[in-house]
Write a protein of this length. Structure first.
Length: 327
């Protein structure tokens, strides 16, 4: 498939996912409400090597509901694009894959890690970690029908007494998965405690396919430590990228001036406004705005003003003249 990859100009090939070369070793994590096309584009411009969509429910795909086409929309510049889907029903997941493959993603990923009760308690996301045999069925079926690599994003197990990450990883590799991304927590932990990088190292050692490590990477030092501890092929960054796309360029957040932040905020607002429209874009941008401004001292009430200002124009006008007290 023809692929223009702006990372190819700045990053060497670090590894392959099936036949897909991955330029760079840092990856924006799939995140519902965050890894939309505007944020992925921005992260790519800073060096994120893969563009994962937010997870999409196979039921939504099959029924064509809940803005599926918007959540799977992407720009050519984002390639390689990873469509992430979730479900617990092998037949429906294969049907969903057949529906979305014509949209020409580069990689198809199955979420085996979502800890939200609405997902995991029905046996999808991290719920599938309790059904290794079903994971085998799902992956074998997907690999059979998919012309593109199929990958998985997993957690370490359901809880601390059922840590089955090595078993799951071996099943995935045996079923033909081309890469595994690992968030080093259990479903029970959700986001508490710490990501267990030692467990990611065990998976990496046991696998021939590439492994991407994930969990609690917030600084450049964390990136290097994760790589050293786990030996992983890539590092996936979620919350540490909020308000900080510079992490994908390996630039320390502390070194970024307010002027640079202003420029990126305005670019991000533009990207969101052109993607979601002039009414919805600025509203959805508010969470990013708060994250961008969190390192800075601002006059009292300024953030409240910014996140309640009603129009795109008023928000943009305020950002253009915004002054930080600590620049
Ligand atoms: C707001 C939010 C939404 C998320 N949505 C997804 C998702 O759609 N698919 C997925 O695989 N993981 C999702 N995750 C988990 C992240 O991809 C990642 O595994 C987790 O945040 C740990 O990495 P971090 O410490 O770098 O944030 C989400 C996390 C957050 C904070």
């Amino acid at each position: 498939m023809a692929m223009r990859n702006i990372n190819a100009e700045i990053n060497p090939i670090r590894f392959h996912i099936g036949n897909i070369p991955v330029f760079g070793d840092l990856v924006l994590a799939p995140m519902a409400g965050y890894s939309d096309s505007p944020n992925r584009l921005l992260a790519r411009r800073f060096g994120s090597a893969l563009s994962y969509t937010e997870f999409v429910n196979a039921i939504d795909i099959v029924q064509d509901i809940n803005r599926v086409s918007q959540r799977l929309a992407f720009q050519p510049e984002e390639r390689p694009v990873v469509f992430q889907i979730f479900d617990n029903d092998p037949t429906r997941i294969v049907r969903a894959a057949e529906i979305i493959l014509p949209l020409q993603p580069d990689i198809l990923d199955i979420n085996l890690g979502c800890s939200a009760r609405s997902v995991s308690n029905r046996g999808a996301g991290a719920g599938l970690l309790r059904r290794p045999e079903l994971i085998d069925v799902i992956f074998k079926a997907l690999v059979r029908i998919s012309p593109i690599p199929v990958t998985a994003k997993i957690r370490l197990g359901w809880d601390e007494v059922s840590l089955n990450y090595l078993e799951i990883s071996k099943i995935l590799e045996g079923a033909g998965a081309s890469m595994i991304a690992v968030h080093g927590r259990t479903k029970r932990q959700a986001y508490s405690g710490a990501s267990n990088w030692q467990a990611i190292a065990e998976i990496k050692q046991a696998m021939r396919i590439p492994v991407i490590g994930n969990g609690d990477v917030r600084t450049l030092a964390d990136i290097e430590k994760m790589k050293a501890v786990t030996g992983c092929d890539g590092v996936m960054i979620g919350r540490g990228s909020f308000g900080n796309p510079w992490i994908f360029s390996r630039r320390e957040h502390e070194s970024i001036s307010f002027e640079e932040t202003r420029k990126v905020m305005l670019d991000h607002l533009e990207l969101m406004t052109s993607f979601y429209g002039i009414d919805r874009g600025p509203i959805l941008f508010r969470k990013h705005l708060k994250a961008y401004l969190s390192p800075y001292k601002l006059p009292k009430g300024t953030i409240t003003h910014l996140v309640t200002t009603p129009t795109y124009k008023s928000l943009k006008d305020m950002l253009v003249v915004l002054v930080s007290l600590n620049t």
